[in-house]
Ligand binder design. Sequence first.
Ligand SMILES: *[C@@H]1O[C@H](CO)[C@@H](O)[C@H](O)[C@H]1NC(C)=O
Ligand SMILES: *[C@@H]1O[C@H](CO)[C@@H](O)[C@H](O)[C@H]1NC(C)=O
Ligand SMILES: *[C@@H]1O[C@H](CO)[C@@H](O)[C@H](O)[C@H]1NC(C)=O
Ligand SMILES: *[C@@H]1O[C@H](CO)[C@@H](O)[C@H](O)[C@H]1NC(C)=O
Length: 361
Amino acid sequence: MATSQQNFMSPILMLGLLILLSLNSTDAKVGVCYGRLGANLPCPTEVVALYKKHNIKKMRLYDPHPPTLLALGGADIDLMVGIPESDLPHLAESQGHADAWVAANISAYPAVKFRSIAVGNEVNPSSSAYSRFVLPAMQNIRRAVCGAGLGNRIAVSTSIKPDLLQKSSPPKEGEFYSNVTWYVKPIIEFLRDENAPLLVNVYPYFAYLNDMENISRGFALLQRGCGVVLGGVYYDNLFYAMLDAIYAAMERMLGNGPSVMSGVGGPGLTVSETGHSSRGGGRPVSDGDGDGDFSSVENARIYNNNLMRVVKKGTPMRPGIPIEAYIFGMFDEDMKPGPEYERHFGIFLSNGTRKYGLRFY
Ligand SMILES: *[C@@H]1O[C@H](CO)[C@@H](O)[C@H](O)[C@H]1NC(C)=O
Ligand SMILES: *[C@@H]1O[C@H](CO)[C@@H](O)[C@H](O)[C@H]1NC(C)=O
Ligand SMILES: *[C@@H]1O[C@H](CO)[C@@H](O)[C@H](O)[C@H]1NC(C)=O
Ligand SMILES: *[C@@H]1O[C@H](CO)[C@@H](O)[C@H](O)[C@H]1NC(C)=O
């Protein structure tokens, strides 16, 4: 019986099964960032229970917060953990410091599914005093992770903002500012050598608010049927266009030709933050917060639901390669500084109720 079944498993069927399996593994690509800058947020145990209840299989945490790591023990939740930039000089200074960091903050929690470490978040190459420590800290942390026997399980990277790009449209002409080459180039060479993705915080929300003249609302909200042709390539949505601009800029910086641009083999990207605020000043663009009515619960619902769909496919430059992305964020964070919209990116209310319908699948 077993033998005859095996005979039916033709190579083509096996290939089909493999493809199905790999498609299935993309089903839980979207995670959620757990920012904790809110005064009335639920405790970490309740937050982890909320991730489980809503089938959220990935979490981004901004620092190795012990109560959250304890709550995550045994949970089927992949974790991206951050290292605050103020720790970077210490970690860049010696391998011993990085080894101690990994021992205390990673190895001490064997029941947590650590998947990546974000060494710094949006460190600005020119204005941050920490920028020169990012790469050496990444290198030391990577060696520490490998030394702890976790090299195959945990990637080490850092997250950037797309505003390091001097040119982003059309996407294939994406290019970094030349004044950030000293910072970005060695980082993406390191990531290429380690086969790890660059982390990028990608907000069509802000791109639209900065250029409503040239970007349609539907394109920014990833709505169906709102695509445009950019540089001769059809773009279904602004999220794909922003990602491809970064892919092109990376390829250009690594000195690769256009042949690499349309396929696998180039450096990868993970979207370490994306999302849409549900509230701003509510005033017209010309004054105040300048977000008009774009920041609304309805638009946040539309954007994040569309995101679930578009990450399943690749961008025009990485066709068929699903995108790993993290929605910012779990809750509204009333202690965040800046304009009103900064405090309303949450997908849940602080009592654990969903702000709007959003299904993780
Ligand atoms: C663990 O991580 C925290 C936050 O990055 C850091 O302040 C602390 O020094 C780390 N522990 C060790 C032993 O390095
Ligand atoms: C790089 O130069 C551009 C153009 O002068 C400037 O707008 C940008 O702020 C600079 N960026 C950095 C990180 O120095
Ligand atoms: C819209 O695009 C044009 C042409 O590229 C550009 O000159 C203009 O500055 C853009 N508008 C905004 C608000 O950025
Ligand atoms: C959570 O808070 C919202 C808004 O205040 C309220 O409408 C909802 O009923 C609350 N849910 C629970 C479970 O308490």
